[in-house]
Write a protein that binds this ligand. Structure first.
Ligand SMILES: Cc1cc2nc3c(=O)[nH]c(=O)nc-3n(C[C@H](O)[C@H](O)[C@H](O)COP(=O)(O)OP(=O)(O)OC[C@H]3O[C@@H](n4cnc5c(N)ncnc54)[C@H](O)[C@@H]3O)c2cc1C
Length: 351
């Protein structure tokens, strides 16, 4: 028997933009809500680009990724959902009217409906295949660029030739002392415009080249130089560096959806086949954000927000078919009465 306390109306898997907005909107619809994420913080993929400016979220003036996360999380917590972090869901099943979500920790979560907001799944950077390289990850070997200031006046090597490698190169080029870009192919696989931008800054490109090995500092804690190998000529060269950035892309871990006993219908083996109302092929299970595929999908953060509102409204109607199709708009919603008193008083006192 499931204890009533443990049973939620909605459980959201994933705490990125889609999950955060689902948590907020679910509160507006007065549903008992839980949000679960594998990462130690809410915010999702936006944590990959905290210092980039984001312009295309409706009515939000340009903000950094970090600021957007702050605002999204603040909004997500408005109605005090239960938040479970560092929790990886590995299995979803359904009894007659309850979903059972099993986590890697062994814990089980019980819910009347589920919103899958897992984006591209758990992202793991593809690592450099050099023995012992992992010991430098705490010092000067990086798989994401979290902060530009870290590379100020540094000699930096970026390894990779795709969009994100060149994006990072363009971002750090104005602050570094020197920049080398190492790519195993002869051509870069990125937008032309980004390459043109990069060409405005001094840098050296090493094509048909890979990193063969690292030379470490005498105390063995940091990389001092990289040994490059030209794959066409076999010629080796050494570059003295302060930092190495590897951008080989990310592996996506999403197998729990594919292997779910529920047999959720997918598109291209990866996306949840859904509708513009965020429904999936399983009753009571909805999807929102990057994971959801339907005709007319908007692949932006603002699209994730719209999916989330649809998913929540559908979950509400699944639980109570007589409930209205959507929440009352926030400006006229009694859910905010108490909070508005405080906010409006603050506004008038300070005006
Ligand atoms: C470099 C970069 C720049 C971008 N710039 C923009 C931009 O300017 N404007 C814009 O609109 N979009 C931009 N995007 C895209 C935008 O970030 C995504 O569309 C958005 O993050 C999708 O949100 P989501 O909630 O669907 O998924 P995500 O943000 O990917 O969040 C999914 C969450 O689910 C969690 N999760 C996954 N699997 C599990 C599991 N099994 N158990 C528990 N938790 C799990 C993950 O840990 C993650 O936190 C950019 C993307 C990148 C990579």
């Amino acid at each position: 028997m499931i204890n009533h306390e443990e049973l939620f109306d909605v459980t959201i898997i994933g705490g990125g933009p889609a999950g955060c907005y689902s948590a907020f909107y679910s509160g507006m619809r007065e549903m008992k809500t839980k949000i679960i994420d594998f990462q130690p913080n809410l915010g999702g993929k936006v944590h990959v680009y905290p210092e980039k400016m984001i312009w295309d979220v409706g009515a939000v003036t340009p903000v950094t990724g970090e600021q957007l996360i702050k605002q999204m999380v603040q909004q997500a917590l408005t109605f005090d959902p239960e938040v479970v972090l560092n929790e990886k869901i590995i299995r979803i099943e359904k009894t007659a009217d309850t979903f059972i979500l099993t986590a890697e920790s062994g814990k089980q979560h019980f819910s009347k409906t589920v919103i899958l907001a897992v984006g591209g799944g758990i992202l793991k950077p593809i690592k450099l295949d050099i023995e012992g390289a992992d010991r430098f990850e705490v010092t000067n070997l990086h798989y994401v660029v979290q902060s530009l200031s870290k590379f100020k006046n540094k000699d930096v090597v970026i390894c990779g030739g795709g969009n994100s490698a060149i994006d990072w190169a363009v971002s750090i080029a104005p602050v570094v002392k020197s920049l080398h870009i190492v790519h195993r192919r002869d051509k870069f696989d990125c937008h032309e415009a980004q390459l043109s931008l990069l060409n405005e800054y001094p840098h050296e490109k090493h094509v048909n080249t890979t990193i063969k090995k690292f030379v470490s500092t005498t105390d063995n804690t940091k990389i001092r130089s990289v040994i490059l190998e030209n794959k066409l000529t076999g010629k080796e060269s050494a570059i003295e560096i302060d930092d190495v950035i590897i951008s080989y892309g990310f592996e996506r871990e999403l197998s729990f959806i594919k292997e779910s006993p529920l047999q959720i219908e997918l598109v291209d083996e990866f996306y949840v086949k859904g509708s513009s109302k965020a429904q999936s092929s399983i009753e009571g299970l909805f999807a929102a954000g990057d994971i959801l595929s339907f005709d007319g999908k908007v692949h932006l953060i603002l699209g994730a927000f719209a999916d989330a509102a649809n998913a929540v409204n559908q979950a509400k109607m699944y639980l109570d078919p007589n409930s209205p199709a959507k929440a009352r708009v926030s400006s006229h919603n009694s859910r905010f009465e108490e909070k508005n008193k405080e906010l409006l008083q603050h506004l008038f006192v300070n005006s």
